[in-house]
Design a protein around this ligand. Structure first.
Ligand SMILES: [Zn+2]
Ligand SMILES: [Zn+2]
Length: 380
């Protein structure tokens, strides 16, 4: 089909036009392009047809809403104009929501990721489930196995998922006419929702199973084993295929999505595969130099602090960070030293420090000295 002109353009109106304006513009243009007035003019005839098609859609609120959302694609299977006005809102939505049967793509599935035709199987597929799982930083670093308990629907054991008592038949759901969807008004919009009676499958059993009320599935707690890969990031989503809700009446199950939350750690802060930590050291160690212990995810390590180390100095421990997801590459651990000054001194310690201060002189505090020079104007 050649590219279709915009319906608003054809009717020479815009989206804000009222129903009255649409009607008025249609009448004016219909008179102008009417075949009786333009005998033998095929372009006028084409325009007249186009006009009728555009008016057919924009004069009906439901069709107009579908057109505003999906454009011409909302009516792609309809085969163009000439359809008389109909007051069954399902008629126009059937292409959109896949109730029309037959192959071909439909918009609803494109938007909601179904793919393919609206086969019974797809409609009976169980819903996807989300599960939030919190793990520790150590677990994220090493990877772990977790067993979670999810209360979700499982295939009904009494009817083996069929949904009916022995000898029952599957019939079309009368609440939705087999479409699986019903339209509900929400403000100005019509919203399609899964039919409550058949749960979106379009079918029900005439003698429903007593245990599962005909759905072929019932809620049961189930334990699921998960393997969390090493290096997983906070907020990652893992898919466990087929572990979502059971399908309706034997349909395929949905998937389980596990959203990982990595707990804050008491010592380490994480940025991708790198870890950070702050390490307080005594001011004497900073001045004299020495060896200090640093915690790592694997236990501990030792770092050599040179004499005269300043507060804020960062030591890099290569490869002591987190593994990068799905690789054997490790990030680094960055240790930031904080020089700690004693809070309490006894008389003897105090005297020694006074003595020390007197002996030190300004040249031994180069940063302090250069700061004073820069800030001289403020002190004068
Ligand atoms: Zn059952
Ligand atoms: Zn139904």
């Amino acid at each position: 089909m050649a590219s279709k002109r915009d319906y608003y353009e054809i009717l020479e109106i815009d989206k804000s036009s009222s129903a009255e304006e649409i009607k008025r513009s249609y009448r004016k243009l219909a008179v102008k392009y009417h075949p009786d007035k333009n005998p033998g003019d095929s372009s006028a005839e084409e325009k007249f047809k186009e006009l009728g098609e555009a008016y057919d859609v924009l004069s009906e609120p439901e069709k107009k809403a579908a057109y505003d959302r999906f454009g011409h694609a909302a009516f792609a299977q309809g085969g163009g104009g000439g359809r008389g006005a109909t007051h069954d809102p399902f008629d126009i939505f059937k292409d959109v929501f896949g109730g029309g049967g037959g192959g071909g793509e439909n918009i609803f599935e494109q938007f909601f990721g179904g793919g393919g035709g609206a086969r019974k199987e797809e409609r009976n597929r169980g819903e996807d489930r989300r599960y939030d799982l919190t793990i520790s930083l150590e677990e994220a670093a090493h990877g772990c196995e977790k067993e979670i308990e999810v209360s979700k629907t499982e295939r009904c054991g009494a009817c083996d998922g069929v949904g009916g008592e022995p000898g029952s038949k599957v019939v079309v759901c009368r609440d939705c006419g087999g479409r699986g969807q019903v339209l509900r008004a929400r403000g100005f919009f019509q919203v399609a929702q899964n039919c409550a009676r058949c749960r979106g499958s379009g079918q029900i059993t005439d003698k429903p199973c007593k245990r599962c009320s005909g759905e072929g599935r019932a809620i049961a707690p189930s334990r699921i084993k998960l393997r969390i890969p090493a290096g997983i990031e906070d907020g990652s989503r893992l898919r466990s295929s087929g572990q979502g809700e059971a399908g309706v009446r034997g349909g395929p199950p949905g998937d389980l999505y596990v959203v990982i939350q990595v707990k804050e750690h008491a010592v380490f802060e994480r940025d991708g595969s790198n870890l950070f930590c702050e390490l307080p050291i005594p001011f004497t160690t900073a001045a004299l130099g020495g060896e200090v212990m640093v915690p790592t995810l694997e236990g501990k390590a030792q770092i050599k602090v040179a004499a005269g180390t300043q507060s804020g100095t960062v030591f890099k421990l290569r490869g002591k960070g987190m593994p990068e997801f799905n690789t054997s590459v490790f990030g680094d651990l960055l240790v930031r030293v904080i020089v700690e000054v004693p809070m309490r001194l006894d008389a003897e310690q105090k005297n020694k420090l006074i003595e020390f201060a007197a002996s030190m002189g300004e040249d031994n505090s180069p940063m302090h000295k250069s700061f004073l020079e820069k800030a001289r104007d403020f002190f004068s």
